[in-house]
Structures are given as C-alpha cells and as structure tokens.
Design a protein around this ligand. Structure first.
Ligand SMILES: NC(=O)c1ccc[n+]([C@@H]2O[C@H](COP(=O)([O-])OP(=O)(O)OC[C@H]3O[C@@H](n4cnc5c(N)ncnc54)[C@H](O)[C@@H]3O)[C@@H](O)[C@H]2O)c1
Length: 440
C-alpha cells in the first residue's frame, strides 16, 4: 500500500521504516530540512537498535523515501499518518498546535481528483482529537474531497522500537468509517498480532490509559520500596513475590529513580488534564506523579546525607539517557539529578554509551560537566558514584577496578543494577532503592 508519514521522529521514522520492511511504499515527511538531509545522506538522526540497517535496506529497495514536502507526502499516500509532537503546556494539557497545523497542511493538499484518503493520528493525543482533526480537514479542504479520520495509537518502546513494530503485542485502531477500517486492516495484514478495532474515542483513550497504568505500576513499586527501606525488607524480593502472580506480572515493578522520557511524564499530565476537563479529577494519577517526583528528591537527600555538603564534591554519574538502549534524553531523570547536584556546587563527570551528544544538545549540560568516554574514566578520582540509567554495561562493570580508581567508596545505585553483596565485598558503601545499605 502507499503510505505517508508526516513527522519523521522516533515514531514516524521507525513506523515508516517498518511499514516499508513489510512491503508498503512509504514516504516520510518532516519539516526539519536538516533531519531530512541527514536521512537523504544515508545517516539516521537517532539511535535505535537495528534501525539504521533497515532504513538503508528499504531505501535501496525503493520502498522508503524522505522529503520535506507535505504535498508530496499527501500525493504519494492513500493513507497519511500524523506522527508529530504533542508536548505538554504549562498546565499539563496537551499542546495540539502541531496536530492542528498538520491537519490544515494535509487539507490544502487534498483534491477531489486524488480520491479517498485516510488520515491517521499516530501521535498520542487526548480523547476527542480525531473529531477536531476531521472538522479541521473538512474546513480547509476543497469541496468534494473525500477522507476518513482514524486513531492508531503507537505502543513502541524506544530502545526496542523496531522489534516492537515488527512484532507488536497488539494493534489498536479506532475508526468510525468502514472504508478507512478496510484500508487500515490491509496495512496491518502483514503483521502477526491481535488487532482491536474500536471507535475513534476509545482508541485515543486506550493509549493514555495504558501509559498511565504503567506509570502507576512504577510509582506503586517505588512507594513499596520506601516501606522496604523503613522496615529492612528488600524491594527486589518483594517485587519478585508480587510479580509471580500472573494477574499482576513482574514487568514495570522495578524500583528506581522513577520514570522519565518523552511519553510517560507528558501522557500522565495529559490524562489528568483531560479527565479534569471532562469533569472527573483523576486524583490517583496525581499521586502517581507526586511519588515519581519525590523519588528523585529522596535519592538526592540520601547522597546529601552521606556527602554532607555537595559543594566541590567529585561525583561520577553513569547514565544520561532516560532509559537504556536509547540516546533520548527528554525528561531524563539522570539529567534532572545532575542539574540539582550542580546547583549545590558538585563537580560532575558523566558517561553514557549513546546519549552524550543529545545530552550536550538538549540537556543544557555542555560546559557544565565533564563527559567521559567510558565507565572507568568517568569514575576516576570520584568521591561518589551515582548510577542513573539502567544500561546493562553498568551492571557488568569491574567493581574492583572501579573501587581502585575512585577516591572514596560510595555508590548510590538509582536503578538497583549492582549486587549489594558484591559491592560490599569490594569495599563499597552501597546505597540503592528499597534495599538495605551494604558495606557501611
Ligand atoms: N517516542 C516514543 O517512544 C513514542 C511512543 C509512542 C507514541 N509517541 C507519540 O508519538 C508522537 C511523536 O513522538 P516522537 O517521539 O516521534 O517525536 P519527535 O519529536 O521525535 O518527532 C516528531 C517529528 O515531527 C516533525 N514535525 C513537527 N511538525 C511537523 C510538520 N508540520 N510537518 C512535518 N513534520 C513535522 C518534527 O520535526 C520531528 O522530527 C508524540 O505524540 C508522542 O507522544 C511517542
């Protein structure tokens, strides 16, 4: 099928590439000329495992194209996906100006001769956005243009986006129009996954409700972790015991510094705002947010308690990305923590396997901290080591070597990556989340 994607970021690029991989003809549009040029030069602007090879393969096969022209996109696609940002506004509600703009841009490119088009919202949006998109397109399109509007929320996880897209656990789309439903079914035919077809509003709500539930699991286990710290229990064992109940499951029960990234913080805020505007104040989600914010503050107070004053203390931080296997630093807890330590005068050296450049560019850290090349140069001379992102590389670091290189013996593991006994055996005083301190 002929597909276009407006917005070639994490979602647009990976989705477009995977659609091409299963045989569709895809045109990816982005209004950032630098990004499009990078892609035309055969490079990819983000780090996502497996993506680069797949982009090259499908470009070479002639199934994947890049352009800055929405007109070309609309002309080339029978189905036009919207995958532009939906950032939060200061009050937590969603800034829908990107979606509204693209809806207008698509509308003016439609012609009665171009035939029926499906406009699919893939961005994460509040319930009722589909209705607004349809109204907008109708208002700005020439008379006689035929189109349908569909909501097709995306559930990919950065770091495993290619696999998530090629082998999804479910495909959800909401459509109130039979012609659109049939075309969507055709697009997803090559994917082996259960397909849930709903009305537009339910599909929109599914995405916000799913992300909020996952965030709730994270905050829940972090709250239980606080009780573990106060009672001497071990959150890892507690999580294991809870997770063995298959009604609950072990996933998303990892105690740590809390969630960050481009989705959870904004989606939870958005769901709170939408619920409130619809007349239901979703107080449970306000608690989820509060627990998440407090998690970082409590961790910082543990560091402060041990180092006494942070002024001039050399602190090594492992991790800048908001999670492992990505270079995305949007709403990264690691970066927030670093800024808070810098505000107290700490001297920070940080290392991340992939996110150094994005942290320099978007994390406002360039010139403020030292960026190390690997774990060992990062910890050299440090008085404390902070683990802020769960990269597997950090879990496998040679602790004896780390101890030798550091000038004092404190580890604050914000992701429970290291075995507390192994750390104590190497002479560390080891602090983590929801587990007893070892080596003190
Ligand atoms: N990143 C994720 O893990 C993820 C997962 C599921 C859903 N989502 C949702 O998908 C949407 C996109 O997220 P993302 O992470 O891909 O964002 P992104 O910022 O990486 O990409 C968005 C792209 O849209 C482009 N753009 C903006 N306005 C445009 C326009 N008028 N015409 C053409 N291009 C335009 C930008 O230049 C950018 O490249 C958001 O609503 C997000 O919540 C993201």
């Amino acid at each position: 099928m002929k597909i276009s994607i407006i917005g070639t970021g994490y979602v647009g690029l990976t989705t477009g590439t995977c659609f091409a991989e299963v045989g569709h003809e895809v045109t990816c549009v982005d209004n950032n000329p630098e990004k499009v040029q990078t892609l035309l030069d055969g490079k990819i602007p983000i780090y996502e495992p497996g993506l680069e090879d797949l982009v090259k393969k499908n470009v070479a096969a002639g199934r994947l194209k890049f352009t800055t022209s929405t007109e070309e996109g609309v002309e080339n696609g029978d189905v036009v996906f919207i995958a532009v940002p939906t950032p939060p506004q200061p009050d937590g509600s969603v800034d829908l100006s990107f979606i509204e703009k693209v809806a207008r841009e698509i509308a003016v490119c439609l012609t009665p001769q171009s035939g029926y088009k499906v406009i699919v919202d893939k961005s994460t949006v509040p319930v009722k956005t589909g209705e607004k998109v349809a109204e907008t397109v109708k208002r700005y399109a020439k008379p006689g243009c035929e189109f349908g509007v569909v909501s097709n929320p995306e559930f990919l996880r950065e770091g495993s986006a290619v696999d998530d897209l090629l082998n999804p656990d479910r495909i959800v789309f909401g459509s109130n129009d039979e012609r659109a439903t049939q075309l969507m079914q055709k697009i997803y035919e090559p994917f082996v996954a259960p397909v849930l077809v709903t009305d537009v509003e339910s599909a929109e709500l599914i995405k916000h409700a799913a992300n909020s539930f996952l965030a709730l699991k994270i905050s829940y286990i972090n709250a239980v972790g606080r009780i573990c710290e106060k009672s001497g229990a071990d959150i890892e064992k507690v999580a294991e015991g809870i997770g063995m109940d298959d009604r609950i499951g072990r996933k998303f029960l990892n105690a740590g510094l809390g969630y960050g990234g481009s989705c959870f913080p904004k989606d939870i805020k958005a769901f709170i705002a939408i619920s409130e505007s619809l007349g239901y104040p979703f107080d449970l989600l306000k608690q989820v947010e509060q627990i998440n914010d407090d998690q970082r503050t409590l961790f910082l107070s543990k560091i402060r308690e041990k180092l006494w004053v942070l002024q001039d203390k050399k602190i090594a931080v492992l991790g800048l990305a908001f999670k492992q296997n990505t270079d995305d630093v949007r709403e990264s807890v690691a970066i927030k923590l670093i800024h808070e330590m810098l505000a107290e005068g700490a001297q920070v050296t940080a290392y991340d396997p992939e996110a150094t450049e994005t942290a320099k560019k978007f994390g406002n850290l360039d010139g403020k901290i030292t960026f190390a090349e690997d774990v060992y140069s990062c910890v050299e001379g440090a008085e404390a080591l902070v683990i802020a992102t769960e990269w597997p590389e950090f879990a496998h670091a040679d602790l004896a070597k780390v101890r030798e290189l550091m000038s004092a013996n404190l580890i604050f593991d914000g992701r429970n990556l290291i075995d507390p006994v192994a750390a104590a055996n190497q002479g560390f005083e080891y602090h983590s989340i929801g587990r007893p301190v070892t080596g003190a």
